[in-house]
Design a protein around this ligand. Structure first.
Ligand SMILES: Nc1ncnc2c1ncn2[C@@H]1O[C@H](COP(=O)(O)OP(=O)(O)OP(=O)(O)O)[C@@H](O)[C@H]1O
Length: 696
C-alpha cells in the first residue's frame, strides 16, 4: 500500500480526477474517506459502479477498511491511499461535497456483487456460485470481469482475485465474452476441447430493464466426466445387450433369484424346459417349477456355497435335469443365486442313440493290432502269420471260427497292419441290423427312396468305409436278396444306393467273418455259392480254444492285465489247481468265455487277495465232463472199431455231452454243434438218444 502525504488542494484534485476516471471505467473501486462533512446520498448513489465507504468521523479510518464494507463479505485490495489534510470540497457532477481532512484510497474490489435481491446476502450469493460445479464468469458492459467463481478458477486456471477487475479479453480470451457484448447474440452449447477436457459453454448478454446490454455472463460446463460417464454407460449397455443375447441363446437352462428368493431372470431355454411362460414364473419362489427334489437356489442362499450336479425333475414332463448353482455375492453381500440346469433326458436319449448306432456299426478306427493277439500254439501262430500276409494285400478276407475265438480281433489287426490303417475301419454286425433296414444301411438310399427316408438321402456303410476297410461280421446272416447286391459290390467294386439307378465306384477292402459253416449253408441253399467264392479269397480259420489249450496260461495272463485295469484290481496270477481246472474245461464260448470266467473270479475275490483260487471260479463242471469226453474222443484209440464206427461213437458222445450241458435244450445244442435243428433231430433219432438228462 502506498501512502502519500500531499497538500490538500493537490490531493483533492487528484481524488476528483481519479474518481471521475475510475468511475467511467468501473475498473477499480475508489474509496474516499472524509473527515468532517460529507454528503452521504451523493456517495451512495455511486454504489453500483464503485465501492463507497462512509465512515464515522469519530472512528479511525484504518479500522474502517477492515470492517465497513458496504456489502458484507467483500474484500478490498488497497492499491494506494492518499492522506488529505485541510478542508475542501469534492464535486460529483453538479453536486458538491464538503470535506475536512481524510484520505482517498484506490482499492481493487475482490468480490463485487451487484444484486438487487437483498434477501440473499452477497456472501451467500458468492457461496452459491462457488458451490456450483459449473464455472461462471460475468463481465460488465466494458468487458471487465465482475464475477469469477471457484469452479472458474479451477477450470480456467486463473485465481479469482487476479481476474476480478481485468478485461476478460486479456485474462480469458477463449471466453468470447467481449464478442457477446459486441454482437448481443447468445452463443449456446459451444463445445471446446482443451487438452483432455471437453467444455461446453453458454454465453449470453445481460440486459437491464430497458433491454440495454449491461454485461455478459458465461457458464462453462466441464463435460469430460459426463463424456466418460456416457462412454461407460454405452459400454455397460452394450455389455448388458451382449449378456442378454448370450443368456437368451444359451441351450443351458438359466434362472436367477434375488436376495428375497424371488425369480428375477429366466432364459428361453428355461421356459421351454419347464413349459411355463416367463411372466408365470417371474417374481415367484424358485420352487414353482420343481416336481421332485429341493430348490437349489434356496440351498445355495442358506449355505452361501455353490453346489454341483444336483439331480432334479422339473416341468410337466418330469424332465431330468442336473443343476449347478452358485450364490451371487456383490461387495460381500448376498444378492441372490444363479442356477444352470442341463437337461440330461436329452443327453441320455442321445447317448443311448449313439451307443445303439455305434453298436450297430462299430465305425471308427481299428482298436487292435497283431500285438494284442495271444498266439502260443502252432495252430494260432499259423493263423496270425497268414493274417499278417493277408494284411499286406487288398484281398477280401474271410475269417471263420467259433464264437469268441477272436475273429473281430483279427479283423482289427489286419486293418491296422494294412496300407489303409489311417483310413476308416467300419464294422457292421449283419445279424444285429433288422433285415428290413440292412439294405439301406449297407448301400444307403436316395432322397425319398421310401416312406420315412431322410429328405437328403443317406450314405450307406459301404460309402462310409470308402478308402478304408468294411468288416462284415456275421456274414452268414445276410439274407439272400442282399447277398446278390453284395456279390455285385465284390465283383464290380461299385455300389448303387436304394432308389437310385446310378452306380458309383468304391475303393474298399472287405473282411467278412462268420461262425457258421458257409459250405453247409450253401448246401442248405441259404448262402450263395458265388458269393462264398468271392469272399473266400483269403480264408483264415481261427481254432477254438479247446484245441489250443496250451495258449490258456498266456491268454489268462493277458486277460488278467486287461481286467485288472478295467476293475481297478491287482490280481497277479492263478494257483496251479485253478489253472488245471481251467485247462480241463471245454470252453464252448472260447476266449470270450475265458475272459468272463476270470472277470467273475475277480468279482468273487477280496481286495487283499491277489491269486485266483478254485474257490473264486464259477462252476465249470458240466463242460469239464464234456471236455474229458472230447479228449477221450480225440485221444482214445478204439482198436476193435472201423473208422466209420469210431466216428459214429464220437458223434454220439459229442451230442449227448452238449445235450446234457444245455439241459436237453435241442435248439441250443444244435446251435452249439453248428448243425441245423433238423439235422440234430435226425442224429438223435439215428443214435436213439431220447428222454431227459443225463443222456447216455
Ligand atoms: N488270441 C487272443 N488274444 C487275446 N485276446 C483274445 C484272443 N482271442 C480273443 N480274444 C478276446 O476275446 C474276446 C472275444 O473276441 P472277438 O470278439 O474277436 O471274438 P469273435 O470271434 O469275433 O466273436 P463273435 O463270433 O461272437 O463275434 C475279445 O475281448 C478279444 O479281445
Amino acid at each position: 500500500m502506498q501512502e502519500i502525504e500531499a497538500s490538500s488542494q493537490a490531493l483533492a484534485k487528484m481524488a476528483e480526477d481519479l474518481c471521475v476516471k475510475e468511475l467511467s471505467e468501473s475498473r477499480l473501486g475508489i474509496l474516499t474517506v472524509f473527515y468532517g462533512y460529507s454528503d452521504t446520498s451523493v456517495l451512495m448513489s455511486l454504489r453500483p459502479a464503485i465501492c463507497m465507504f462512509m465512515m464515522s468521523i469519530t472512528r479511525p479510518f484504518e479500522n474502517y477498511f477492515s470492517c465497513c464494507c458496504p456489502l458484507p463479505g467483500e474484500e478490498l485490495n488497497i492499491i494506494w491511499r492518499i492522506m488529505v489534510e485541510g478542508v475542501g470540497s469534492l464535486r460529483f457532477g453538479k453536486r458538491k461535497v464538503a470535506w475536512r481532512g481524510g484520505c482517498v484510497c484506490v482499492a481493487k474490489v475482490r468480490k463485487l456483487i451487484t444484486s438487487n435481491d437483498w434477501s440473499i446476502s452477497s456472501r451467500e450469493m458468492q457461496d452459491i456460485l462457488n458451490s456450483t460445479h459449473d464455472a461462471v464468469v460475468a463481465v460488465n458492459k466494458n468487458g471487465i470481469i465482475i464475477l469469477f467463481n471457484t469452479a472458474a478458477e479451477r477450470l480456467l486456471g486463473v485465481a479469482a482475485w487476479e481476474a476480478y477487475g481485468e478485461y476478460a479479453r486479456d485474462i480469458i480470451p477463449g471466453s468470447r465474452l467481449h464478442n457477446v457484448l459486441e454482437t448481443g447474440q447468445p452463443e449456446l452449447n459451444q463445445r471446446q476441447e482443451t487438452g483432455d477436457a471437453c467444455i461446453l459453454t453458454n454465453r449470453v448478454p445481460v440486459r437491464d430493464e430497458e433491454n440495454r446490454i449491461v454485461g455478459a455472463v458465461a457458464v462453462f460446463r466441464d463435460m469430460t466426466e459426463v463424456h466418460q460417464l456416457a462412454e461407460e454407460m454405452t459400454c455397460i449397455k452394450e455389455m448388458k445387450k451382449l449378456l442378454e443375447a448370450i443368456i437368451n441363446t444359451s441351450q443351458d437352462v438359466i434362472s436367477v433369484v434375488d436376495d428375497q428368493g424371488k425369480i428375477i431372470l429366466v432364459n428361453p431355454a428355461y421356459t421351454r424346459l419347464i413349459g411355463m411362460r416367463k411372466e408365470d414364473v417371474m417374481g415367484k419362489p424358485p420352487t414353482v417349477d420343481i416336481r421332485q427334489g429341493e430348490s437349489v437356489h434356496l440351498r445355495v442362499m442358506q449355505s452361501m456355497e455353490a453346489v454341483r450336479g444336483v439331480p432334479l425333475k422339473v416341468g410337466p414332463d418330469n424332465r431330468e435335469v442336473i443343476i449347478n448353482a452358485a450364490p451371487l455375492i456383490v461387495d460381500g453381500r448376498l444378492r441372490g443365486s444363479v442356477a444352470m440346469a442341463h437337461d440330461i433326458s436329452e443327453l441320455k436319449f442321445l447317448s443311448e442313440e449313439l451307443a445303439s448306432v455305434e453298436a450297430l456299426i462299430g465305425r471308427g478306427q481299428a482298436r487292435y493290432t497283431f500285438d494284442d493277439i495271444v498266439a502260443q500254439g502252432p495252430a494260432m501262430q499259423a493263423a496270425v502269420e497268414y493274417a499278417c500276409r493277408a494284411a499286406l494285400t487288398p484281398a477280401t478276407v474271410l475269417l471263420t471260427g467259433e464264437s469268441g475265438t477272436g475273429k473281430e480281433l483279427f479283423a482289427h489287426a489286419i486293418h491296422s497292419a494294412s496300407q489303409r490303417r489311417y483310413r476308416r475301419f467300419v464294422r457292421v454286425n449283419c445279424a444285429a441290423i433288422p433285415e428290413t433296414l440292412l439294405e439301406s444301411e449297407l448301400f444307403g438310399y436316395e432322397a425319398g427312396a421310401f416312406s420315412g427316408a431322410l429328405k437328403s438321402g443317406k450314405k450307406g456303410l459301404f460309402e462310409e468305409a470308402d478308402g478304408g476297410t468294411l468288416f462284415l461280421d456275421e456274414i452268414g446272416e445276410i439274407p439272400p436278396p442282399i447277398q446278390v447286391k453284395l456279390l455285385r459290390v465284390l465283383q464290380e467294386r461299385e455300389i448303387m444306393r436304394v432308389g437310385s439307378v446310378r452306380a458309383f465306384d468304391l475303393d474298399l477292402r472287405i473282411i467278412a467273418a462268420t461262425n457258421k459253416n458257409l459250405e453247409d449253408e450253401i448246401k442248405k441253399g441259404s448262402f450263395r455259392k458265388d458269393l462264398y467264392y468271392r469272399l473266400n479269397v483269403f480264408p483264415i480259420n481261427i481254432p477254438p480254444l479247446r484245441q489250443r489249450i496250451g495258449d490258456l496260461p498266456e491268454l489268462a495272463r493277458h486277460l488278467l492285465t486287461k481286467l485288472n485295469w478295467e476293475y481297478g484290481r491287482c490280481v497277479q496270477g492263478i494257483t496251479d489247481d485253478a489253472a488245471a481246472l481251467l485247462a480241463e474245461y471245454g470252453w464252448p464260448g472260447n476266449v470270450r468265455e475265458l475272459e468272463n470266467v476270470l472277470g467273475r473270479a475277480l468279482i468273487n475275490m477280496h481286495f487283499n487277495e491277489y491269486t485266483i483260487m478254485v474257490s473264486h471260479l464259477p462252476p465249470l463242471t458240466a463242460l469239464t465232463r464234456l471236455n474229458a469226453e472230447r479228449k477221450a474222443t480225440e485221444t482214445t484209440v478204439l482198436p476193435c472199431c472201423t473208422l466209420a464206427e469210431t466216428m459214429e461213437q464220437a458223434e454220439r458222445r459229442a451230442i449227448t455231452g452238449v445235450l446234457t450241458m444245455y439241459g436237453g435244450n435241442r435248439a441250443e445244442t444244435a446251435r452249439h454243434l453248428n448243425v441245423s435243428l433238423r439235422t440234430l433231430y435226425y442224429k438223435l433219432e439215428k443214435h436213439g438218444i431220447t428222454g431227459s438228462p443225463p443222456f447216455v
